[in-house]
Design a protein around this ligand. Structure first.
Ligand code: ACO
Length: 310
């Protein structure tokens, strides 16, 4: 049966078509997707924290309403992604346990602090911008539930990026102090946002197989340099500069060249030693405990409803 399953799987991949939850799939495919999709879900959930931190301090009612909507969107993204991950066979409470015990990874970027209001702009513009650059190709991922979840997520991320851009534009056109605050936020988020794309291709153990399975469509470095090209023009419109003396377009290779990134810092963040790792996980554990009564109430309600139906 495995042999027939493998042959059918290979055919679907060769046709660039989709694998669905009930289809036979190799264990490695299931495992790497569970890993990537659950890490992605955790990132959305932990990613709510740096911005939630500014909801009570947003400079106007309008900004507060937009920021709240945005943070709620991230929660929704986490939920679709956990649902997609669950279709691969690992229940959500197990995935959650992996996050709370620090065994699961989530995006490095969310371990950096959001120090000023301008950081809401830089996170929207650069972090959500990098997320879109990475995620648009994932709409074509070979695993159906993941690819379909990405379509909606990308639409919402585009709105997030525009709202970030607009915050920075307004600050950049404001007082000298406001412009300085915007530039400072961009200076701090530039390099960490480039590291979101993952290690350089030569140090990316999963890329080759994930590309062969049509999960990833482009390599980490390819997406990273594309993203740089996108933000170069946008930075000009903002009247801000990117803190990268090496940044240039290389005519010969047709690629953007950027400075070497600090991969030691990246490794430290992944190992749990970034500026905010401990705080982020602590906050998530507290939120999970605080939510226990909601889970209990929902379970009791579901049990009662089932009883009635029976
Ligand atoms: N932060 C944390 N961990 C990372 C990061 C990062 N920025 N980049 C790579 N890693 C991890 C990988 O998960 C992998 O870990 P593991 O093998 O222990 O599970 C390891 O570093 C090696 O990297 P790769 O072999 O390159 O891993 P992969 O092929 O999975 O590529 C990538 C990494 C590009 C992040 C891929 O998983 C992906 O596209 N994920 C979906 C997008 C996503 O998760 N975005 C989250 C941030 S955006 C947002 O939430 C708003």
């Amino acid at each position: 049966e495995d042999e027939a399953g493998q042959a059918r799987f290979d055919e679907i991949i060769a046709q660039d078509s989709r694998i669905e939850p009930r289809d036979w799939m190799p264990e490695g495919y299931r495992k790497t997707l569970t890993r990537q999709v659950s890490q992605h879900a955790h990132s959305e959930i932990i990613g709510m924290q740096p911005e939630a931190n500014w909801i009570t301090r947003a400079p106007s009612l309008k900004r507060k309403a937009i920021l709240m909507a945005k943070v709620q969107d991230e929660a929704g993204h986490g939920l679709y992604l956990y649902s997609a991950a669950e279709t691969l066979g690992t229940p959500r409470h197990v995935l959650n346990e992996q996050l709370l015990t620090g065994r699961a990874k989530y995006s490095s970027i969310f371990n950096y602090p959001a120090r000023t209001w301008a950081d809401m702009g830089a996170i929207g513009w650069l972090v959500d911008g990098a997320a879109i650059a990475n995620q648009v190709p994932l709409c074509r991922a070979s695993y159906g539930p993941y690819g379909r979840a990405m379509v909606r997520i990308c639409k919402e991320e585009s709105f997030h990026q525009r709202q970030g851009f607009e915050i920075l534009l307004e600050l950049s056109r404001g007082t000298a102090e406001q412009k300085k605050m915007a530039q400072d936020a961009v200076n701090r988020f530039y390099e960490p946002s480039l590291m979101m794309f993952g290690p350089p291709d030569a140090d990316s153990p999963n890329s080759k197989q994930s590309m062969a399975w049509n999960i990833k469509r482009f390599s980490n470095d390819d997406l990273r340099q594309r993203f740089v090209g996108m933000i170069v023009e946008q930075a000009k419109v903002l009247g801000l500069t990117l803190p990268d003396p090496d940044l240039r377009f290389d005519e010969e290779s047709g690629k953007w060249i950027h400075q070497d990134l600090n991969w030691d810092e990246f490794k430290a963040v992944l190992a749990g030693n970034g500026p905010c790792n401990a705080q982020r996980l602590q906050r998530r554990r507290e939120a999970h405990e605080d939510g226990a009564w909601v889970r209990e109430a929902a379970a009791a309600y579901a049990a009662k409803t089932n009883e009635k139906a029976a």
